[in-house]
Design a protein around this ligand. Structure first.
Ligand code: AMP
Length: 608
């Protein structure tokens, strides 16, 4: 049996010391290049992970996270210096790595069988540290680390201490490693781009290092999209107007809803197992058992990687809820309860892989065809995993603007406009995806009083009652009621249940002649009942008739995210908020935000 290939850790530590001392990027790459060339390919993956201050690719989310206290205990055990003394010395030295170095230098305990540390020793021990669980985990970690420190030379101790406390901070990042790998094994620049493309679809940089070290550029062919390993997501550029977007990538475009939820890359195996990765490649499978289940069903036994956005919805009306609602799902405990209160729908906008085939280089249009076939074929598209809502537009800017307004009114952030001929550029903010967002967020502070003119039947919990009411403002000039929103939120369960009875007396067979509506309600009413409604803001709308043509040709105004605040028994329909007032509120809103260029709506760390 051959010896396991290995490398002395002190050699690695010496390179770290040099890297730490340099400020030049090229010099840093050069040190890394030499280190990689002098490392047997067998352990190169481990050297790469350690250099990045870890023991696995970032997306595995393995935490070393050894606390200072624990580290001091291990040092004390290894060196014979009392913990007390170490604790006093620490603030004086100020750095955990240097403290470890000092303590090994000044150790009082003698170790008789000191062995030279190797990369395998260090790595494997750190792996055990990260895996230790249960009651004895702390003791176990202390002993493991003490073992390492008693074999360490002072310089080795410096870096081991920094790595386990996740403070290595050499300033080496994945891109630097790629540069060094290209220099070392791929004839310099020649294959650098290709290497990065591989990294974008297979961001396990340790494995990549091992492959190119062993096989050079021919090894690149082996690196493929792999279920369970996240592809780095494609991101969108942004432009300010529909016209600019049309000029840039038109005339033929896909205009897609831009949902404000959580980006999800969903990997589905043949047997229905599922893994979900976030935009930052974290594994977020746990908090989304529902997405898991529905994605497996949607894949129907195929191996597939979906790219999409998951949003929280109102289960009974299907309304998309604001981003904050979804974040309740990210908490660690009570997944079941959170799932019931905040059900989700996943809108899939791309497919990256299907049954062994990488699809990134196919035009978006072809990928979409596959997606539609898979999700919409019989028994296919279920309610929880859907194809993104989109329109194919050919050169018509007005149509793009109208679709944008419609998307905003429906509770989305706007559109992502895509070039149907484009490839999926993993890990890139490409110009073939351009977002068109609402340019401001404003709060409607005042509630309005609106008249119920119609209703839509509910589903789920709301079967048998109404899922949403069609609400209108009043125009005294025309003596007409003009719709301004569909309202399905803010009701208590009792209020909901009582709706058919409460509104029964006003029910009629057809739209009331004084009601101006583009929407076909399931049930129509004589305009009578007035409700107080609070929304988030007023937006342009291609659907609602209130203020039609007042702000913009072929557009009305809508209240976004309307919530029921209570009935206004004291008001008759003619006392409702007027069309004119809504128009004024819209203008007012524009004024107060006109100098705010952009306020991102999301607070998630996951968003750029
Ligand atoms: P932003 O976070 O503003 O940079 O916008 C990009 C993000 O929008 C993506 O990372 C997705 O999470 C999200 N998104 C929502 N809908 C879409 C869509 N139809 N296509 C692409 N990205 C989308």
């Amino acid at each position: 049996m051959g010896e396991r290939e290995d490398k002395l850790f002190i050699e690695v530590a010496k390179v770290y010391e040099r890297i730490e001392a340099t400020t030049g990027r090229l010099e840093m790459i050069d040190y890394l290049k030499k280190l990689f060339l002098e490392t047997p390919p067998d352990v190169l993956d481990k050297v790469v992970y350690l250099t990045l201050g870890s023991i696995a690719p970032a997306y595995e989310g393995i935490e070393l996270g050894v606390g200072e206290k624990l580290l001091l205990k291990a040092l004390s055990m290894a060196t014979g210096i009392s913990q007390d003394k170490l604790e006093k010395k620490y603030p004086e030295i100020g750095d955990i790595g240097k403290l470890a170095e000092w303590s090994v230098e000044n150790k009082v305990a003698q170790s008789f069988f000191q062995e030279d540390l190797t990369v395998n020793n260090v790595f494997d021990t750190l792996l055990k540290v990260s895996q230790a669980t249960g009651d004895k985990a702390q003791d176990m970690k202390i002993r493991l680390l003490a073992g390492l420190f008693s074999d360490s030379k002072p310089l080795e101790a410096r870096y081991i201490a920094r790595i386990v406390t996740e403070r290595l901070r050499l300033g080496v990042r994945d891109m630097t490693i790629l540069d060094a790998l290209a220099e070392a094994f791929l004839k310099g620049r020649a294959f650098r781009d290709q290497l990065e493309r591989k990294y974008n679809i297979f961001p396990d940089i340790g494995k990549i290092a091992k492959i190119v070290a062993a096989k050079g550029f021919e090894g690149l062919d082996e690196i493929k999209i792999t279920l369970g390993i996240p592809v780095r997501p494609m991101l969108a550029q942004r432009l300010r107007s529909a016209q600019e977007i049309m000029d840039k990538i038109g005339p033929r475009i896909f205009a897609e809803f831009k949902y404000d939820g959580e980006r999800m890359q969903i990997h589905v195996w043949k047997d229905g197992s599922v893994k979900i990765f976030s935009r930052r490649l974290e594994n977020i499978t746990e908090p989304y058992p529902d997405v898991r289940e529905f994605a497996a069903r949607a894949a129907k036994g195929h191996e597939v990687i979906f790219d999409g956005e998951t949003v929280a919805v109102n289960p009974d009306t299907g309304e998309i809820l604001p981003f904050q609602e979804l974040m309740h799902r990210r908490r660690k405990y009570g997944v079941e309860e959170a799932m019931a209160s905040y059900p989700t729908v996943t809108y899939v906008f791309d497919i990256l892989y299907l049954d062994g085939r990488e699809m990134l280089d196919d035009p978006l249009e072809d990928r979409r065809t596959h997606l539609l076939k898979l999700l919409r074929e019989e028994g296919g598209e279920n309610e929880k995993v859907r194809v993104v809502e989109y329109e194919v537009i050919e050169g018509n800017v007005n149509e793009l603007e109208r679709f944008f307004e419609y998307a905003v009114e429906r509770g989305t952030e706007g559109l992502v406009v895509k070039d149907p001929r484009s490839q999926y550029q993993a890990g890139t903010r490409g110009w073939s995806w351009i977002k068109l967002k609402r340019s401001y967020i404003s709060k409607m502070i005042e509630p309005v009083d609106l008249v119920v003119v119609g209703a839509f039947w509910g589903k789920g919990k709301r079967a048998g009652t109404y899922g949403a009411l069609l609400m209108a403002a009043y125009s005294p000039e025309e003596d007409a009621f003009k719709t301004v929103c569909k309202m399905g939120s803010g009701f208590t369960d009792e209020e909901l249940a009582s709706l058919p009875e409460l509104l029964g007396p006003y029910k009629i067979e057809h739209r009331h002649p004084s009601v101006v509506s583009n929407l076909e309600a399931d049930v129509w009413f004589v305009p009578q009942k007035v409700a107080q409604v609070l929304g988030d803001e007023i937006t342009l709308s291609p659907t609602h008739t209130c203020g039609w043509g007042r702000i913009k040709e072929d557009a009305g105004l809508a209240i976004r995210f309307p919530r029921f605040m209570g009935w206004r028994e004291d008001k008759g329909p003619q006392d409702a908020t007027s069309e004119e007032e809504i128009v004024e509120m819209y203008k007012e809103q524009l004024k107060t935000v006109s100098d705010v260029t952009e306020v991102e709506s999301s607070t998630s760390g996951d968003k750029s």
